[in-house]
Structure formats: C-alpha cells, structure tokens
Design a binder for this molecule. Structure first.
Ligand code: SAM
Ligand code: ZN
Length: 284
C-alpha cells in the first residue's frame, strides 16, 4: 500500500530519521522505509525501538510512577507548577498557537498543570515525551489533549525547528537534540533542585546532607534569560511522605529500618526548593 506522508508530519522515524506519517487506519505510523510504530490504546505512540533500549524497563518504573502521581496530585508542587506556567505565558506571543514539549514528562503532571493554569491554554499544543512506557501510558490516559510518545531524550523523534518551548522538570536532556528540535529563539525552561530541596527528608537518609548547586548548568547553544528560586514548606502525611520518598532517587539508598523510622515520624515539615531557569536558544 502506498504511504500517505503528510508534508507537515511532526515525527521522524527513530530508526532512519525519515518523516513518519499516520497511516489511514490511524493505528500506526510509518516511514518511507516502512519502519512502523503502533499507537497504543491509551493514545500514545511508542517510538522507542527495542534496539535503543538499554534495559527492559528504561526510566522510572511503575512503582515510582504511581508514587509520583499520588504525591503530585495532592498539589504539593502546585506553586512551582503555577510559576512555571506564568513564565510560559509571559514569553508566548499570545496571538499565535505554539508547540510545547514536556521533556521527561513522567506521568504528565506538568502538562496537565500547564493546561489548567495557563491563561492561553487554547493556544498551547502540548507534547509529552518520556522513556518510561508506564508513565506515558498513564499520562496519555489522563490527558488526551496532549500528544504523548515513548522515546529517549537522547534521540528525539521530532523534526527540526518544531518546538517554541521545551519544559524540562527534573529530567535529563541532550543539548544537541534540544538545539535541533527547538525553533531559532525558542525557549527552554528547566526546573532543578535548589540547595535545600527536600532537606528534612534527606536527613533521614544521609549521615551528612549536602546542598545542591544553586544554579543549573547552561546547555551549550543556549543563554540564560532569567532564574527564579521558589521555596516553601510542605507537611505531607505519612502516606504522602512515603510516596515522596518512593518517587525520588533517594529511595534506592534507604534501607528498611530507615524507611520505618521515616514512616513513624509524627509530623515532618519538609522544605521544597526549586530553581526555575529560562534559557533561549542562541548562536552567540
Ligand atoms: C524525576 S522524573 C521527573 C518526571 C516529571 N518531569 C515530573 O517532574 O513529574 C525523571 C523522568 O525522566 C525520565 N527519563 C529518564 N531518562 C530518560 C531519557 N533518556 N529520555 C527520556 N526520559 C527519561 C524518567 O522515566 C522519569 O519519568
Ligand atoms: Zn524509518
């Protein structure tokens, strides 16, 4: 059957980098070289071929994804999500639709938050990408307005100069790929942990707690436009506190007895500390 390639196809084939187009059945995408990728029933597209997987379940596992959703849905990080959205709104030409990618989106909390809190959400075309299939399935199930894909941030399955904005919250990225898929003068908005992020939680885990660096690294090809530090205290209950632990990399470093002590703590006030940095793509 001849391929019906749309000239404006946003995806590229993760195997050969040729444009990918939706097939008339709507059930899969394929490239001119006939590499084919199925749309899952939840509505996402899996663009991570098995040869590019470095493990059976790359990225966050299902357990971490469920913990993250449980914790975030209680709104503990909502002030940061609102600040992030305000920055997007402030740098968006509000007469034109824009393409926004939530890179390393996990179960999609920030894509949903941007849609809810933006004053111009009708102009934002949301895209979410993560290497963890369970997370993307959960994200797609909850937000059919966004286009979700399973893929690696080291090999983005999008054509060049497609995005106006890339948002990256506590997730990895590759500077060359960011440069390739962002439009000239496109924006990159990152959220990284501030010096005292989750300090009291870390006191249960490490004998000596160290501060994070206060600045996030500037990816090559970008220049910093602004930095905002947001810190406030949260008091999650025991179940929420254990979800917070499970969604962080600290979970790997806590033995059972330390987990029990953390779980038994009567009331724990925990500092959050976020650095939100806005970069712009720049040749200089
Ligand atoms: C700390 S979580 C943050 C998730 C989400 N941004 C949030 O804050 O809720 C990091 C995410 O990066 C994803 N990730 C790790 N390596 C990746 C890669 N090479 N490409 C794409 N996503 C990756 C993980 O699966 C995980 O969902
Ligand atoms: Zn191909």
């Amino acid at each position: 059957m001849p391929l019906l390639l749309k000239p404006d196809s946003l995806y590229i084939c993760p195997v050969c980098s040729e444009p990918l187009a939706a097939q008339p059945s709507g059930k899969n995408y394929s490239c001119p070289k006939l590499h084919s990728f199925d749309c899952a029933k939840e509505g996402y597209l899996n663009l991570l071929p098995v040869q590019f997987k470095h493990s059976k379940e790359p990225g966050d596992n299902k357990h971490m994804m469920i913990a993250r959703r449980l914790f975030l849905e209680h709104g503990f990080y909502e002030p940061m999500a609102k600040a992030l959205t305000m920055m997007i709104d402030a740098h968006h030409l509000q007469t034109e639709a824009m393409q926004l990618l939530d890179l390393g989106c996990g179960e999609g909390y920030y894509s949903r938050a941007i849609d809810i809190f933006s004053q111009h959400s009708e102009l934002i075309n949301l895209h979410g990408l993560d290497i963890a299939k369970y997370a993307i399935a959960a994200a797609a199930k909850k937000q059919n307005k966004a286009k979700y894909v399973v893929a690696s941030s080291n090999r983005l399955p999008y054509k060049e100069n497609y995005f106006d904005f890339i948002v990256r919250v506590f997730a990895p990225s590759d500077a060359d790929e960011l440069n390739r898929v962002l439009k000239n003068s496109g924006y990159l908005l990152t959220v990284t942990p501030g010096p005292r992020h989750l300090w009291q939680l870390k006191e249960y885990i490490y004998t000596e707690v160290k501060e994070h660096a206060a600045e996030s690294l500037i990816p090559s090809g970008f220049k910093t436009l602004s930095t905002q530090r947001i810190s406030y205290k949260i008091t999650p209950d025991t179940e929420q506190r254990m979800s917070l632990l499970q969604m962080t990399p600290f979970a790997w470093q806590v033995n059972e007895s330390a987990q029990q002590i953390l779980s038994d703590a009567a009331c724990l006030e925990i500092e959050t500390d976020f650095i939100i940095t806005l970069f712009v793509k720049s040749d200089i």
